[in-house]
Design a binder for this molecule. Structure first.
Ligand SMILES: NC(=O)c1ccc[n+]([C@@H]2O[C@H](COP(=O)([O-])OP(=O)(O)OC[C@H]3O[C@@H](n4cnc5c(N)ncnc54)[C@H](O)[C@@H]3O)[C@@H](O)[C@H]2O)c1
Ligand SMILES: [Zn+2]
Length: 342
């Protein structure tokens, strides 16, 4: 097991990579605990849960809403949850986002920790303190920044994940390497079989370095004023594609990274060979690298983004594998850059 600490100045959050669900009791401060999970994770793992009341939420993004928060609070009232109750989330990105938000606002905030059960949530979602729900179809529109006390990343639990969910998580690992750490990128390239076969040692190493990158960035810029934006590599295009097609987040980010690499190469920032190296790695991970969605539709969806700031957009581009830069462009520039991808 490998441990990392994220210190945002207000709180130290421990990330326990390779720890087991069965050991979660060691990290709970007392026995007044309520568990939040989803129905899949409950059905697969409830026999390994510590013996506390369980609140289950439904599956999928359509349950990541204020209505679900409402239902959770009803259960909290029934269970007589009070300010001393500890909230333990066991699940993927949706459970952790929802539980972190519910815990952060119920009675002005309860302490909470996560057992993160998908590759995406281990590598990305449960690290960094963003919690929240969707609102009227807009993703993560309502939420708070608040770090969990701990995040357990149990690698064995990844073995029950649907294959496509597991593969999609690799997009965030490729992203982390591409923006900040060439040796992580190379390690994944060289250990692709171990990665695909969920070899503990390989996955632990990949998680450790990916999470370290996110931790460094979050420590420097918890509220996404500058450096944290680099974590959006591939996401500017990816979010638009995800909305247009409903494909998995990691799949959309994979295509988005290929697009962003190509834009970087077209601007003379990244070599064509490096752009190709990124594409090949994603293909080797069985992730999609192209789409039939017309570029014009992607552009229009990007323009509609609720979270955009005025007439400019922050594009995350690469100068090298391992070195990202934030380039702020107007929507007019963006349209031209997208046209050049044809
Ligand atoms: N807070 C952040 O910084 C951040 C970052 C990235 C993504 N996210 C959010 O994370 C969410 C996506 O997370 P996700 O991909 O983990 O989705 P998810 O939570 O929906 O999990 C995917 C599916 O796998 C199932 N599952 C979970 N663990 C399992 C296991 N061990 N074995 C078998 N099945 C299992 C779930 O029930 C679900 O059906 C999105 O809502 C996204 O917005 C948040
Ligand atoms: Zn992402």
């Amino acid at each position: 097991m490998k441990t990392l600490e994220i210190d945002t100045g207000t709180k130290v959050s421990k990330i326990l990579i390779g720890e087991k669900l069965a050991n979660v009791g060691k990290y709970l401060p007392h026995s007044n605990v309520v568990i939040l999970t989803d129905t899949n994770v409950y059905n697969l793992y409830n026999t390994q849960f510590p013996d506390f009341p369980v609140v289950q939420i439904g599956l999928g993004e359509s349950n990541k809403t204020l209505a679900t928060i409402d239902k959770i609070f009803e259960e909290f009232v029934n269970l007589e949850v009070d300010r001393s109750t500890y909230i333990l989330a066991i699940g993927g990105g949706i459970v952790c986002d929802v539980a972190g938000f519910a815990a952060s606002i119920y009675m002005r905030g309860l302490s909470f920790g996560f057992v993160s059960t998908t590759l995406l949530s281990q590598v990305d979602a449960s690290v960094g303190g963003k919690n929240g729900v969707n609102f009227q179809g807009f993703k993560n529109m309502v939420g708070v920044f608040n770090q969990p006390d701990f995040v357990i990343c149990d690698i064995d639990m990844l073995k029950t994940l649907p294959k496509e969910e597991y593969l999609a998580g690799f997009a965030e690992i490729v992203k982390a390497g591409a923006i900040k750490n060439e040796s992580l990128f190379n390690y994944l390239q060289q250990n692709i079989i171990g990665a695909l076969e969920i070899e503990t040692e390989v996955v632990e190493e990949l998680l450790l370095h990916s999470v370290q990158i996110k931790a460094d960035v979050v420590e420097a810029d918890e509220r996404e004023k500058g450096e944290r934006r680099k974590l959006n590599f591939g996401h500017t295009f990816g979010h638009a594609l995800e909305k247009l097609t409903g494909m998995l987040h990691g799949e959309a980010v994979s295509i988005g990274m290929v697009m962003a690499s190509q834009v970087s190469a077209n601007l003379g920032m990244l070599s064509k060979q490096q752009a190709q190296q990124i594409k090949t790695l994603l293909e080797d991970l069985h992730l999609p690298v192209s789409t039939n969605v017309p570029l014009g539709n992607i552009y229009r969806m990007m323009r509609q983004d609720k979270k955009k700031e005025g007439e400019n957009i922050h594009l995350i581009l690469l100068e090298d594998i391992g070195n990202a830069v934030v380039k702020t462009v107007t929507y007019k520039d963006l349209e031209e850059l997208i046209n050049d991808l044809r």
